[in-house]
Write a protein that binds this ligand. Structure first.
Ligand code: ADP
Length: 355
């Protein structure tokens, strides 16, 4: 693509990977350094973004080690999640389609009043598909997916978080369209407290500066998606920038049925319709990942019955799963979200959510 050839043509001096504070185009540097580890820039479709604007706030140069770390540990090379893989969440899918996917496909239509928002928040109980959705957005829009876990950001990069955030945005700009997904965003972007340390205060400010940089440049196709199950703890300044806030609730009965069927695919089971209906009703309050755990636990029941025969039994002689297995599994695998937390999230959605 045009993007990759530009990367190859950049000055060889910059390819050494040394920390350079004199780099005139950090976005090129980041992209070119990354070319050794990541696929070349994809075709941008019409109105390809300009690759010449230096990233905001990059006066301090870039750190090749950080660029490398971002390319190896943060760029997710295979977010091949499809819309169909995600059960339910129709409203969230529709909003994301409008906000992120269509604008990358038809940039000419999404200008002025229709210019896409650069920041959005997915909030809801853990294990409900927020990460899956962000991955699906990235793969459907052919975007580079930056998967940032906020807690690892603070634990692994103590004192360097600020620099990492700056470099992250530089790499994201150079590899756009990009989706920066920040899981557990509340843990780094929470309301300021007295005891907040200097490093986390600086990290937060750097995030805001970088975010405003991409938001003010309509040529940049970088979308920041934050995910949290504690939206009430988010800093106001951050919340203001994540203009669309999409509630990702626990799966409803229909979504639970789809999820259960999906998880059981490829396994022998005998669950007549009435048992499935019972199971769906009894798993009210279970998240997608709770259902996954429930199916895994149920799948172990026929194996446990084998006792010592487990070493000799033929795989096709293991009996299929039945309702009783799930019933037993339900006494071990309980919904992980307390009801009180659930209603807190619903209240927050009514006050601040977009849907
Ligand atoms: P979150 O980011 O909301 O904590 P994830 O997206 O990481 O949750 O989901 C965790 C796991 O739970 C997924 O890998 C998937 O197996 C399952 N899951 C949760 N919600 C859904 C859903 N709506 N459709 C399909 N699978 C789901």
């Amino acid at each position: 693509t045009g993007g990759s050839s530009e990367i190859k043509n950049t000055s060889p001096k910059l390819q050494t990977g040394a920390v350079s504070s004199t780099a005139s185009h950090p976005r090129k540097v980041a992209a070119q350094k990354s070319s050794a580890h990541i696929p070349p820039l994809r075709s941008q479709g019409n109105n390809a973004p300009t690759m010449e604007r230096p990233a905001q706030g990059s006066a301090g140069g870039y750190d090749a080690k950080l660029v490398e770390m971002i390319n190896s540990a943060i760029v997710d090379h295979s977010p091949s999640v499809k819309w169909e893989d995600i059960a339910g969440l129709e409203l969230a899918k529709q909003t994301l389609m409008e906000m992120v996917i269509l604008p990358t496909k038809r940039r000419d239509l999404f200008t002025g009043l229709r210019k896409p928002a650069k920041g959005l928040l997915l909030f809801g109980p853990p294990g409900t598909g927020k990460t899956l959705l962000a991955k699906a957005v990235a793969s459907e829009s052919n975007a580079t997916f930056f998967n940032v876990s906020a807690s690892s950001l603070t634990s692994k990069w103590v004192g360097e978080g600020e620099k990492l955030v700056r470099t992250l945005f530089q790499v994201a700009i150079s590899r756009q369209p990009s989706v920066i997904f920040i899981d557990e965003i509340d843990s780094i972007m929470s309301t300021r407290t007295e005891s907040e340390n200097e490093a986390s205060r600086r990290l937060k400010s750097e995030f805001l500066v970088q975010f405003d940089g991409v938001a003010s440049n309509s040529g940049d196709l970088v979308t920041v998606i934050g995910a949290t199950n504690k939206p009430q703890e988010l800093d106001d300044a951050v919340l203001r920038r994540l203009v669309k806030r999409i509630y990702i609730p626990l799966p409803d009965a229909n979504a639970r049925r789809v999820l259960l069927k999906h998880k059981l695919k490829g396994h022998a089971f005998s669950l007549p319709d009435r048992d499935l209906v019972r199971l769906v009703a009894e798993t009210d309050g279970y998240s997608g990942s709770d259902l996954q755990a429930l199916c895994e636990e149920a799948a172990m029941m026929p194996i446990r019955e084998l006792g010592a025969n487990i070493l000799t039994v033929q795989a096709n002689q293991v009996r299929g799963l039945r309702y009783g297995d799930f019933q037993k599994a339900m006494s071990v695998i309980r919904p992980s979200l307390q009801r009180s937390k659930w209603s807190e999230l619903e209240m927050w959605n009514r006050e601040f959510g977009s849907s």
